[in-house]
Write a protein that binds this ligand. Structure first.
Ligand SMILES: [Zn+2]
Ligand SMILES: [Zn+2]
Ligand SMILES: [Zn+2]
Length: 374
């Protein structure tokens, strides 16, 4: 198979929706470093790895692992890097980094001399033209310390005292920019970082709430009321829940575990109730309930997809006010007791806790919001 074609298989499509989602959320607190902004704007290829024997960056997406100065093929270790290509050069990103089709390493192709290839002669470029971010701070999703070796022209990791094995002899020698290369996410490290910094993780929770959370909670509430028997012949139906914004807090609660509280002060539910009357549905009582809500849950983070697992959901209502139309006083009282007496809170809590699909939706929503940051 032709090399360029094989490369194409690993191409990741650009994701313009991700950026627009961040803008739409209007979150000035979302952390987007120059490197991250860049990586999200350009297409990127995964399967780039560090070689534990020679310390260069090599493409691990083929069965054959190229030619390593340490003998045989390269051996992958550590992060899986996701490297951007086909973008303009900027003050923070350098073009002309290429895959060498002889040794599988990443090398700089911007000079007439093509360095020292472990497979003999100079490196030979194939596939994408990578544009690699440099001169930015390291983050939980991008590693600094990647350098150009001015002896062999390959990209190598300079973060260890041992400088690996250079085809030109001895170890590699760093020159030029300090590259900061994006890798697949270490979610526990990322969440810990965002939580230590405070505001960004709260921002993630708010994005989650707006995108998915309040819909999931609202659906749980609708299910809790529709078909609910308040008294003889009086059952709820046509429930419509409007869940407002919330203010989150988060604190560590063990290894890769966090306690989250979300305080949503302004919500309301409208519904009707059947009555055993001869007048039909037109005379059915209608209710509007205003209430505040505190939702607590435990959030576990792991380095897999989905990265978030939500457990121990606890929803409690406060300041419920019940308004009824076409309803006699005793029925308003009965419905009011349901909301203020804890039955509704218990019902929501049991519903979300007992429904793996609902918790999975919330978990995925947090994971998706996390992916919008960095
Ligand atoms: Zn190697
Ligand atoms: Zn080479
Ligand atoms: Zn070298």
């Amino acid at each position: 198979m032709h090399h360029a074609l094989k490369h194409q298989i690993f191409e990741r499509p650009p994701n313009p929706r991700r950026r627009s989602a961040i803008v739409a959320a209007g979150c000035g607190l979302v952390l987007l470093g120059p490197a991250a902004r860049y990586a999200q704007a350009a297409p990127a290829q995964g399967a780039w790895r560090y070689c534990r024997k020679c310390h260069v960056m090599f493409f691990n997406g083929y069965p054959a692992k190229g030619t390593c100065p340490g003998g045989a093929g390269h051996e992958a270790a550590g992060y899986t890097f996701v490297l951007p290509y086909d973008a303009p050069e900027t003050a923070g990103a350098q073009r002309n980094w290429r895959f060498c089709q002889k040794c599988n390493a990443m090398f700089f192709d911007g000079f007439p001399a093509k360095g020292a290839c472990p497979a003999g002669g100079g490196h030979a470029a194939a596939g994408f033209n990578f544009v690699l971010p440099h001169s930015a701070p390291e983050t939980p999703v991008a590693q600094a310390g990647w350098r150009f070796c001015d002896k062999c022209n390959a990209m190598f990791y300079d973060g260890y005292p041992d400088k690996g094995l250079c085809k030109a002899g001895g170890g590699h020698r760093a020159n030029g920019f300090n590259f900061v290369l994006r890798h697949t996410t270490d979610y526990p490290a990322k969440v810990a970082h965002l939580t230590t910094a405070g505001a960004p993780m709260l921002n993630v929770l708010q994005i989650m709430w707006r995108d998915q959370g309040r819909r999931v909670m609202g659906e749980g509430m609708q299910q809790a009321i529709n078909g609910r028997r308040f008294s003889d012949g009086v059952n709820g139906y046509d429930t419509e829940a409007n869940i407002g914004d919330m203010v989150p807090t988060i604190r560590p609660a063990g290894e890769n575990r966090f306690a989250v509280e979300m305080n949503a002060p302004g919500n309301n539910i409208k519904f009707h109730a059947t009555t055993p009357t001869i007048f039909g549905a037109a005379m059915d009582p209608a209710f509007r309930v205003g209430f505040g809500m505190l939702v607590k849950f435990e959030m576990n983070v792991r380095n897999a997809r989905p990265a978030i697992d939500i457990a121990s959901v606890d929803a409690s209502l406060r300041d419920a006010s019940v308004h009824g139309a076409n309803a006699v006083g005793t029925l308003v009282e009965t419905v009011g007791d349901f909301f203020t007496g804890g039955d509704f809170s218990r019902s929501i809590t049991e519903r979300i806790n007992g429904d793996p699909a609902a918790r999975a939706q919330l978990s995925k929503a947090v994971a998706a919001a996390l992916d919008q940051v960095f």
